[in-house]
Design a binder for this molecule. Sequence first.
Ligand SMILES: *[C@@H]1O[C@H](CO)[C@@H](O)[C@H](O)[C@H]1NC(C)=O
Ligand SMILES: *[C@@H]1O[C@H](CO)[C@@H](O)[C@H](O)[C@H]1NC(C)=O
Ligand SMILES: *[C@@H]1O[C@H](CO)[C@@H](O)[C@H](O)[C@H]1NC(C)=O
Ligand SMILES: *[C@@H]1O[C@H](CO)[C@@H](O)[C@H](O)[C@H]1NC(C)=O
Ligand SMILES: *[C@@H]1O[C@H](CO)[C@@H](O)[C@H](O)[C@H]1NC(C)=O
Length: 334
Amino acid sequence: MNCIKTMLTPSSVLHPLNKNMAFVQQKPLLFSLIIFCFIAAASSRGPIYAPPNVPRLTDSFGHVPIDQGYSEFFGHPNIQLTNNGSNANLTLDKVSGSGLASRSKYKYGFFSAAIKLPSGLTSGVVVAFYLSNADVFPHNHDEIDVELLGHEKGRDWVLQTNIYGNGSVHTGREEKLYLWFDPTQQFHLYSILWNNHHIAFFVDNVPVREFIHSNASSSIYPSKPMSAYATIWDASEWATHGGKYPVNYKYAPFVASFGEMEMEGCIWNTTGSASPCSRRSLSSSDPVDGETFAKLSQEQINGLQWSRRKLMFYSYCKDTARYKVIPPECKDSS
Ligand SMILES: *[C@@H]1O[C@H](CO)[C@@H](O)[C@H](O)[C@H]1NC(C)=O
Ligand SMILES: *[C@@H]1O[C@H](CO)[C@@H](O)[C@H](O)[C@H]1NC(C)=O
Ligand SMILES: *[C@@H]1O[C@H](CO)[C@@H](O)[C@H](O)[C@H]1NC(C)=O
Ligand SMILES: *[C@@H]1O[C@H](CO)[C@@H](O)[C@H](O)[C@H]1NC(C)=O
Ligand SMILES: *[C@@H]1O[C@H](CO)[C@@H](O)[C@H](O)[C@H]1NC(C)=O
């Protein structure tokens, strides 16, 4: 399997559905080697797009029961706690979506959720796990988004990430990539690391995006306390192919399952204490703003490069039609 990956040039591999076309573009003299690889891949079990080994960052943190760490945000009848409060099923139906909000606000931290997406035709349905403080700072809010966009029949699943800092909503900083698995079959881990050094997004612990706190990004770097949210909602206007495929409620209800919630770092607490951070009992020795979390490790960088080369198909940094002047922080990432 590895031989296929190494032979394909990055530009010819956009996502799994393109793989047959990609082969056609290869030089003929590689043909027999390709056939060999095909046979090797077909006879092995794993997906062709197996990610490289990365450290299991999510193992560094404990799970927070949803009934302790979160409260209802909206759509009360559509929120169902399961598994003794450690999991939640969030439903979107004709009447409403639903969502959870963390009870605490965080100045920085590690946030993770195991999510299983609704199966079936889910165009227009968005399942989101994100940080925001729009409730407290309506005009200069910060936001760090992981959005799982619904798919159409026969197409792949798309994950979108986005960042707003200090109310910078006029500049979308979206990136999109194809997932390398079917997110409706099992739970997968979607995580956000946010501290004063950088923001990193992970899928099953593989980094898919890093946003560095640099001089170029400092004016729009999220730096005010935020809550964590888990939601499902109708984004018919834009989610799937720019709104071409709205939610089809013939297939409702849409149920997303959440579990293995992790939230660790600086809990914002201004009442009484000298330090604004009151940490919950840390299972890791290093607070999430410390040296261990200041940079990606070399293995994580390899994972980041892998995911971006193979699976990313949109970055605002490359969107010259949208941005005549590419935002300055784009120089930070290669
Ligand atoms: C359910 O959760 C409560 C509180 O979190 C705990 O005390 C109890 O032991 C749990 N029950 C089971 C069966 O796990
Ligand atoms: C960032 O800005 C600070 C202060 O404005 C300056 O001292 C520093 O050299 C800058 N760093 C870079 C990499 O440009
Ligand atoms: C955030 O925006 C406000 C204006 O809305 C500005 O005064 C402030 O300096 C900005 N903060 C940073 C860190 O750039
Ligand atoms: C929660 O959703 C899962 C699908 O992810 C389903 O298998 C399970 O039955 C649901 N549980 C409840 C109590 O609705
Ligand atoms: C906030 O700090 C006060 C005083 O140190 C403490 O009593 C309280 O439990 C803290 N709240 C949280 C949510 O940690």
